[in-house]
Design a protein around this ligand. Structure first.
Ligand code: NDP
Length: 330
């Protein structure tokens, strides 16, 4: 079976040469194990962090070993009492066409309830991140202004839609005119800003958020977030969900002294990691699935076809080639 390994740790932006393909035989199935065929692979910005060896909240990938991420697979053979042939399962699995996996850590997904890929996105980690980050740290109140960066991406597009369900004014920041147009036409945002064509971001944010920013859901960090700080309101809440604009930087970031802004506005800024809220996942998924069924949430995806294209799909996240959740269909 074909496998994708981490060949070298990226320096700056990751490249195709950081990956290599090998083939090997699957070991014989033992009790409590299943043989799986990969169907959908999630590629995510946080995998960039695991490709370097800096300590983080998830351990780094090992060199010359398979990369893993969220995967939906079909059970081909089972020596498990929990799963039978034909079942569809989700788990953190390796980038392999087929693999033997232990039953622990896998859960069944129901293809009749939602398209399989949605379990990696809006009713999976993406949806949980959007919903719990906004609710637990953002503490939204009707009528407030929510600003979202990375707004047309997987997490951002869901944050904005939930913001509208909760009665907020929602403004999004994205990298192309087409994405900015999608923010209002597809995801119901009130306004969008293209950070690539806007010269003065702080001014643009000010005019899009005339009452200031009460909640900032930050997916990108860097200069975009610096511009937001000039517009935060007293008692505002900032959810630091990700910082994709700095993941590939090799030089030390220039320090912007954010402390005076936070002091002046009695503002909160808090990091968020979705796995820290595991006790709330079941309830959150139920709410997301209900909104999806009621048509209040819209699942947007960019689906790339073919196992061999997984590394390229991952690289494309850093070029903004995706709209909504980036998923590879095998
Ligand atoms: P996205 O679907 O948002 O994909 C990445 C997007 O980031 C691209 O489409 C691109 O959109 C934008 N981008 C890329 N480079 C830059 C840059 N230099 N400056 C500004 N924007 C850039 O990915 P996800 O929704 O999966 O993840 C969004 C963020 O949330 C990431 O930072 C990720 O690490 C984080 N995350 C955190 C979790 C947690 O528990 N803390 C869980 C899941 C995600 P554009 O064209 O607009 O530039």
């Amino acid at each position: 079976t074909k496998t994708i390994n981490l060949k070298s740790r990226p320096q700056g932006a990751p490249a195709l040469t950081d990956f290599d393909f090998t083939t090997s035989e699957n070991p014989e199935l033992q009790d409590g194990e299943v043989l799986l065929a990969t169907k959908y692979v999630s590629v995510d910005p946080y995998l960039r962090g695991r490709m370097s060896d800096a300590p983080s909240y998830v351990p780094p990938f090992k060199l010359n070993e398979p990369i893993s991420s969220g995967i939906i697979a079909e059970v081909l053979e089972s020596k498990s009492t929990k799963f039978t042939t034909g079942d569809k399962v989700i788990g953190s699995l390796q980038w392999k066409e087929t693999q033997v996996a232990k039953e622990q850590g896998l859960s069944k997904v129901d293809p009749d309830k939602a398209p399989l890929s949605a379990y990696l996105g809006i009713i999976g980690m993406t949806g949980l991140t959007a919903f719990l980050g906004l609710r637990e740290i953002g503490k939204p109140k009707k009528g407030e202004t929510l600003l979202v960066s990375g707004a047309a991406g997987a997490v951002g597009s869901v944050v904005g839609q939930i913001g509208k369900i909760l009665g907020l004014r929602v403004v999004g920041i994205a990298g192309t005119d087409e994405k900015v147009e999608m923010l209002t036409s597809e995801f119901g945002f009130d306004e969008g800003i293209n950070y690539n064509t806007t010269e003065n971001m702080a001014e643009a944010i000010k005019s899009a958020c005339p009452d200031g920013v009460d909640i900032y859901f930050d997916n990108v960090g860097g200069e975009i977030s610096d511009a937001v700080l000039f517009n935060i309101n007293q008692f505002s809440r900032t959810i630091i969900c990700g910082a994709i604009s700095v993941y590939n930087k090799t030089e030390k970031p220039k320090s912007l002294s954010v402390q005076p802004f936070l002091v002046k506005k009695s503002a909160l800024m808090q990091g968020f990691i979705v796995s820290d809220y595991a006790d709330k996942h079941a309830e959150a998924i139920q709410q997301l699935a209900e909104w999806l069924q009621q048509g209040k949430l819209h699942a947007s995806e960019t689906i790339i076809e073919g196992f061999d294209n997984i590394p390229q799909a991952f690289l494309d996240l850093f070029e903004g080639k995706n709209k909504g959740k980036m998923v590879v269909k095998v």
